[in-house]
Design a protein around this ligand. Structure first.
Ligand code: 3HC
Ligand code: NAI
Length: 706
């Protein structure tokens, strides 16, 4: 037996098998064998009446080893079905003692045991859907038998775990053990062994379904969110099989559906995202030994759209925050929005009254910069103008503690320039680019300035995680990762409207691709006036740049700034966010074609898609080559979590690998010749990878950071 992966110990009449496969006890090769051997040994051991299966370290078992969905399983190695058969064949009762987590195959293993006990704080669930497949080791057949069809369906389709008390209430677990967990589990096992049984297996329980309509109801409920995806529907089919077939036939059906999903592009993409999220925290120059500063208090300057949301993040994380505005009127307005947002969470049942009061009490409004004197971190979120920001930082510099970390929420501006004005604070100035709404969006671009210290960067990354954000490191460049790429995406969408392709058609193509919203609807949401004023400040740009903004300029001249004015590329009924196509846009498209001497519109849906997405890949490659993103997978995470790119396509850089980088490079060069806009300037990295038949993932592997 492989002693290091599964340890065997006898405590009285109980054999304790401890899975010890750090960091999360995944079912890697060797673990199933260790469990099977442990069960065999326990059944031979006459002193043993029962078996307890427990996990070492942080949790029970985190499921299958996800890496092995892309690797061959070693020949001859036992697997899930061997483990499950060993439990089912065991004459001695087997108790799963679950602490921390039992996820995916971990819960499936536990459900194949005769009994389950849980410790407080444990979470159990079937998150497989988030990896693009349904549970594949009997979870879809055993969970409905233990928890009931409705609860099981919900857990399996959403992938959301339940807590220990919920697990007991649902019948997934038999008992909650408060303290001395392993001892308690052993006593429970002894007791059950003494009772003489019968030790019932989940497979032998009936499946009770009161309402057969729940399956179609679930299909309806997920229709929008699961657009284009297979796995959530596959989960429903598997649970339906539990209802319609006997146990063994249900298991066979689950296996068939699981196998069909696990090799899909959708699953490959979602597994890529899983590992991308773990890789994003690995930053050159930072490791576990990097000291972290304690953040006990914070300051935010500016209580506008972003500042208010940022302050809420601190309060939600339990960190007292002072929010400073330039006058009491703006401050009151900002605080009213914060209060309204929290109020909405309470009325939707997402927040308790107490949590609301606690959060509001942590936010101190002020109009005196001096009130930031004690803050450990200060985030600036004032107007996007360098002069204003520099003036504000001069004020902050005057009042802040010498060791305070100072960050800017700028969307585009050069933070190294801001830092340069405060030479004594160089190592403590960086960017924190939150996304709107800042209290909701998970993405945070952490902008690494030239001189920021490892300690301060690591502290901000840790702070972001404490706020529940996904922090991604970006370099100082115009628009960092996301907005820099967005310019190419928006640019092409606007150009196509000038060529006579209706906004609703472009948006439909992108929506059908899986984007949360189409680009023109997003522009209307963000406000067309922001780009307009930037263009005016920049004097209108070159002729080639003036194309692409011709219609947007006309719209802004008419006061059509998008949703906020009820009109932009679309019309919005009062109080509605639903875009309605506008016949006046047809006239503007006609005028634009005339103005630029363009022929009649002639683009297929496939070409519209290329024109929107290939610039993302091309500019992403440039950002990567410049080192402004650490890895292509970071770029994918930015687009998925900040810009509504479908996770099941893996992000633009992963998706590009499926299309073929050679094909994209060829198209980029062609569009560059035909259209010539900056977003088409071919990236040398794209060319290099295309010509060597490599993908961005290959590039990431070759440049892996510690
Ligand atoms: N397989 C392989 N590696 C895994 C893993 C798994 N199931 N779960 C986590 N890891 C790795 C991570 O990649 C990471 O590696 P790294 O340190 O090299 O980057 C390390 O373990 C630690 O992971 P986290 O950073 O996520 O640790 P946390 O403490 O934040 O979270 C966790 C722990 C809640 C267990 C979380 O890791 C998690 O949710 N894991 C995935 C659980 C899951 O999806 N299970 C289902 C797998 S599919 C399956 O079981 C199929 C079955 O139905 C047949
Ligand atoms: P906003 O206009 O809603 O808010 C800015 C606030 O700063 C105003 O309330 C203003 O009164 C205040 N302010 C200005 N000068 C000040 C001073 N000297 N002292 C104190 N307060 C002052 O702007 P918004 O949208 O919140 O943007 C803030 C920053 O965040 C900008 O840099 C912007 O580029 C960036 N950003 C904006 C996003 C968005 O979607 N709105 C997304 C990500 C970043």
């Amino acid at each position: 037996m492989n002693m290091s992966l599964v340890e065997y110990e006898r405590r009285g009449s109980v054999a304790v098998l401890t899975v010890n496969n750090p960091p999360v006890n995944a079912m890697s090769p060797g673990v199933p064998r260790g469990i099977c051997e442990g069960i065999a040994r326990a059944s031979r051991d006459r002193e043993v009446d029962a078996v307890v299966l427990v996990g070492a370290g942080r949790g029970f078992i985190a499921g299958a080893d996800i890496r092995y969905f892309s690797l061959p399983w070693p020949e001859g190695e036992e697997n899930f079905s061997d483990v499950i058969r060993a439990f089912e064949d065991s004459s001695k009762p087997v108790v799963a003692a679950i602490h921390g987590h039992a996820l995916g195959g971990g819960l499936e293993v536990a459900m194949a045991c005769h009994y389950r006990v849980v410790s407080p704080g444990t979470r159990v669930g079937q998150p497989e859907v988030k990896l693009g497949f349904p549970p594949g080791a009997g979870g879809t057949q055993r969970l409905p038998r233990l928890a009931g069809v409705a609860a099981a369906l919900d857990m399996i389709v959403t992938g959301s775990p339940v807590t220990a008390p919920q697990a007991v209430e649902l019948g997934i677990a038999d008992s909650l053990i408060e303290d001395d967990f392993v001892e308690g589990a052993c006593r429970f096992a002894e007791q059950r062994a003494r009772s003489g049984g019968p030790h019932r297996l989940a497979r032998d329980l009936p499946v009770n379904l009161d309402d057969p309509a729940i399956f179609d109801a679930m299909r309806g409920k997920i229709a929008r969110r699961a657009r284009g995806m297979r796995a959530p529907y596959a989960c429903i089919e598997c649970v339906e099989a539990a209802v319609n077939l006997d146990f063994d036939a249900g298991i066979a059906e689950e296996r068939r559906i699981f196998e069909a999903c696990v090799h899909s592009d959708e699953s490959k993409a979602l597994r890529h995202v899983f590992f991308a999220e773990r890789a994003a925290g690995k930053i050159p120059g930072i490791d576990k030994s990097t000291p972290l500063r304690e953040i006990a208090s914070a300051g935010v300057v500016g209580a506008g759209t972003m500042g208010g949301g940022i302050a809420m993040n601190f309060a939600n994380a339990g960190i007292p925050v002072t929010i400073v505005e330039r006058n009491s009127e703006a401050l009151e307005r900002g605080m009213a929005v914060i209060s309204r947002n929290y109020g909405a969470s309470v009325s939707r049942g997402r927040m308790s009254e107490e949590a609301h009061d606690r959060a509001m009490a942590l936010i101190t409004p002020s109009i005196a910069m001096e009130d930031l004197a004690d803050a450990d971190v200060i985030i600036e979120a004032v107007f996007e103008e360098m002069a204003v920001k520099k003036a504000v930082f001069a004020e902050i510099d005057r009042v802040a503690r010498p060791d305070a970390i100072l960050t800017s929420n700028t969307s585009y501006l050069n933070i190294d320039d801001i830092a340069a004005a405060m030479p004594d604070r160089h190592g403590r100035v960086l960017g924190t680019h939150f996304f709107s709404p800042a209290n909701v969006m998970r993405l945070l671009e952490v902008v690494r300035t030239a001189n920021v210290s490892a300690e301060n960067l690591a502290t901000v990354m840790a702070l972001a995680r404490r706020m529940g954000k996904l922090p991604i490191v970006a370099g100082v460049c115009h628009g960092f990762i996301g907005n820099r790429m967005l310019e190419g995406y928006f640019g092409e969408a606007s150009l196509m409207v000038e060529e006579g392709i209706a906004p609703e058609r472009i948006d439909r193509v992108m929506f059908e691709f899986g984007m949360a919203m189409g680009p023109l609807a997003v522009m209307d949401l963000a406000g067309l006036d922001i780009g307009w004023s930037k263009r005016k400040d920049a004097g209108g740009g070159t002729a080639i740049e003036r194309r692409g903004s011709w219609i947007a300029n006309r719209l802004c001249e008419q006061g059509r700034f998008g949703q906020k004015t009820g009109r932009g590329y679309y019309i919005y009924e009062k109080g509605s966010r639903t875009p309605t196509p506008d016949a006046e846009i047809d006239d503007l498209m006609e005028a634009a074609r005339h103005h630029f001497g363009l022929g009649p519109p002639d683009l297929s849906d496939a070409q519209i898609l290329e024109r929107c997405l290939y610039p993302l890949v091309n500019i992403g490659a440039t950002i990567l080559a410049e080192g402004h993103a650490l890895r292509a997978s970071d770029i994918d995470l930015v687009y998925i979590n900040g810009y509504g790119f479908p996770a099941w396509r893996g992000g633009p850089m992963h998706w590009a690998g499926n299309v073929g980088l050679d094909r994209i490079h060829e198209a980029v060069c062609r569009y560059h010749r035909e259209l010539g806009f900056p977003q088409w300037a071919p990236s040398s990295l794209l060319k290099e990878l295309a010509s060597s038949s490599r993908t961005f993932e290959d590039h990431d592997r070759d440049h892996r950071h510690a």
